[in-house]
Write a protein that binds this ligand. Structure first.
Ligand SMILES: [Zn+2]
Length: 475
C-alpha cells in the first residue's frame, strides 16, 4: 500500500483561546495538505488538542468541573475556529483518547525495558504556565521569559529519559539528511545545542494528577509534553492508519522546536522507529509592532478576522505578509490592505472586468498560450519549500501582469464604435486579447486553490459559465 503523505500541526493546549498564532500553523498545514492532494498524494493531515497537565487541572478546579468535562467543553472552540478558516483536517486528536493513553504507556514501558529510563532526584525551577522546568540561564530577572512570572521551586523524584545518550545519533541523522530541520538557521541552532551536550529529561511528574499514569508506578503521571509528542505516533492506532509513519512534516512555532527536533526524535531512535522526514519551525508574530499578549488586549481572534474578511483573505494575508520561517508583524490593518489592494482591486477586479468584456463584446474564447507551465512549476517548488510568501508574491505578480496587459491593449478601443461597426482585424485582436487574459486566469485558478480554496472554486465556475460575481466585495 502506498504510504500516505502525513502532515501534522502541534496539538494545541486546550486551555488556550485559538489565536492568530494557532491559525498560522494550521493554515500552513492546510495549504500543504491541499497542495499535495492536488498532486494526487493520499494526505493524512492531523491536528488536535493537548488536554493533560497541571494548568488544565487548575483551571477545571476553578470552573468547578472535572478536568475531562472541562476539556470536553473547550474542544469546540478549536474545531469551530478551524471550520471558519476552512481547514480540512483528516482527524482531530485528543490526548484523553483511551487508545492513546494505552499506547503512551506501552511506549514508556518499552523505553524502560530497553534501559533508557532511570529514576532520579531533580531540583529546579518550574513554570506552571509553560509546564516545564526552566534553566537558570533562561530566566529574565528571575522570571519566565515567556510569562514574566516567577517560577516555582520544585524538587521531586522523577523518571528520566536518557536523552544524553542520543546526541551523536541525532547529529548523524541530521547530517545524513535522514531527517531535516528547517529553516537552516534553526537547524544550526539545534546542532549547536547537541554539540554542547544533551541532558537527560524528566518524563514524569509526582504532583500532577491530571495525566496518564506512569506504567509500573502509579504515584507518578507521564509528563504532559511526552504524552503530547506521542500523539503523532499513536494516531496510527487511534485512527486506524497503518500507512502514515514516518510523518512527512511536523509543523510548529519555534518555541517548541526543542521538543520536536531533539526529544521526540531521540525517543524514536531509542525505540528503533523511523524519524519524521521534516520538522519545520515558523516564527513569531508581533501585532502592529507589539508583542501579542492578553494583557495588552491585542490578541487577534481568527474568528473575528474571518467574519470581517472571509476565510480566504485571512489565509492569504497570514501567509503573504512575511517568510514562514521568520518572525514578522501582522495586524488587522495589514490584512485590510492586502484585501483591498491584491484581492479586491487585483484579482477580484481582473476576473470581473474580463468576464464583463467577454460578455459585452460577445467574444468566443479560445485557449491561448500563456507561460503558465513554468510559473506553475515555480510556484509548486516554492510551496514544497514552505516559501508561501514567495509563492503568493509570484501569483500576485501574474495578476498584476494580466491587469497591465489589459491596460496596454485597451480592449475597449478595439470594440465596435457606434454605427461604424466592427473591422475584422479589431474583432480578431479583441478576441485574442480577452482570450489571453481568460487563459491566464484559468491557469492561476489551481495555483491559488491551496491558499484560497473557496475563491478558486468560484473562479473556476465563473470562468466557465461567464457569469461574474464579485470575489472580494468592498468592505
Ligand atoms: Zn513560562
Amino acid at each position: 500500500m502506498k504510504k500516505k503523505f502525513y502532515i501534522t500541526t502541534p496539538i494545541y493546549y486546550i486551555n488556550d483561546v485559538p489565536h492568530v498564532g494557532h491559525a498560522y500553523t494550521t493554515v500552513a498545514a492546510d495549504v500543504l495538505s491541499r497542495y499535495y492532494k492536488s498532486k494526487d498524494e493520499d494526505v493524512f493531515f492531523l491536528t488536535g488538542v493537548d488536554e493533560h497537565g497541571a494548568k488544565i487541572a487548575e483551571a477545571a478546579k476553578k470552573a468547578g468541573v472535572e478536568p475531562k468535562a472541562f476539556a470536553d467543553s473547550l474542544v469546540p472552540r478549536f474545531q469551530e475556529a478551524w471550520k471558519n478558516l476552512n481547514i480540512n483536517y483528516s482527524e482531530f486528536f485528543r490526548t484523553t483518547n483511551p487508545k492513546h493513553e494505552e499506547i503512551v504507556q506501552d511506549l514508556i514501558l518499552e523505553l524502560k525495558d530497553k534501559g533508557f529510563v532511570e529514576k532520579k532526584k531533580y531540583t529546579g525551577v518550574y513554570c506552571v504556565a509553560c509546564e516545564k522546568f526552566l534553566l537558570p540561564d533562561e530566566l529574565v530577572d528571575g522570571c519566565c521569559p515567556d510569562h514574566g512570572t516567577k517560577p516555582e521551586e520544585h524538587s521531586e523524584e522523577n523518571y528520566f529519559f536518557l536523552l544524553s545518550k542520543f546526541g551523536d545519533k541525532l547529529s548523524k541523522a541530521i547530517e545524513a539528511g535522514d531527517y531535516e530541520i528547517l529553516p537552516e538557521s534553526r537547524k544550526n541552532e539545534v546542532i549547536g545545542k547537541i554539540k554542547n551536550g544533551l541532558e537527560d529529561v524528566s518524563i514524569s511528574r509526582e504532583k500532577v494528577e491530571w495525566g496518564i499514569l506512569f506504567p509500573g508506578d502509579e504515584s507518578q503521571t507521564i509528563y504532559v509534553w511526552i504524552d503530547a509528542l506521542i500523539n503523532y505516533w499513536s494516531a496510527q492506532k487511534v485512527f486506524n492508519q497503518d500507512n502514515i509513519w514516518p510523518a512527512d512534516i511536523h509543523l510548529m512555532a519555534k518555541d517548541i522546536l526543542w521538543f520536536h527536533a531533539i526529544i521526540w526524535p531521540a525517543m524514536l531512535l531509542a525505540l528503533d522507529l523511523p524519524l519524521p522526514k521534516k520538522v519545520f519551525a515558523h516564527g513569531f508574530f508581533t501585532i502592529g509592532g507589539q508583542k501579542m499578549s492578553k494583557t495588552r488586549g491585542n490578541v487577534l481572534d481568527p474568528n473575528t478576522l474571518v467574519e470581517k474578511f472571509g476565510a480566504d483573505a485571512v489565509r492569504y494575508s497570514l501567509l503573504r505578509e512575511f517568510p514562514f520561517g521568520e518572525d514578522g508583524d501582522i495586524s488587522e490593518e495589514k490584512i485590510a490592505n492586502r484585501y483591498q489592494s491584491e484581492l479586491s482591486n487585483g484579482l477580484g477586479n481582473l476576473v470581473q472586468r474580463t468576464i464583463s468584456m467577454i460578455n459585452k463584446y460577445e467574444i468566443r474564447i479560445s485557449k491561448s498560450e500563456t507561460n503558465s507551465k513554468s510559473e506553475t512549476r515555480k510556484i509548486s517548488k516554492l510551496i514544497e519549500d514552505l516559501k508561501f510568501d514567495q509563492a503568493l508574491q509570484e501569483i500576485a505578480g501574474e495578476i498584476t501582469k494580466l491587469n497591465q496587459y489589459i491596460e496596454e491593449n485597451k480592449p475597449w478601443e478595439l470594440a465596435p464604435k457606434g454605427s461604424l461597426g466592427w473591422t475584422k482585424t479589431d474583432q480578431t485582436k479583441l478576441a485574442e486579447v480577452l482570450s489571453h487574459v481568460h487563459s491566464g486566469l484559468v491557469d492561476i485558478t489551481p495555483q491559488i486553490a491551496p491558499f484560497m480554496p473557496e475563491t478558486a472554486e468560484k473562479m473556476k465556475k465563473q470562468l466557465e459559465t461567464l457569469e461574474p460575481d464579485p470575489l472580494f466585495p468592498r468592505i
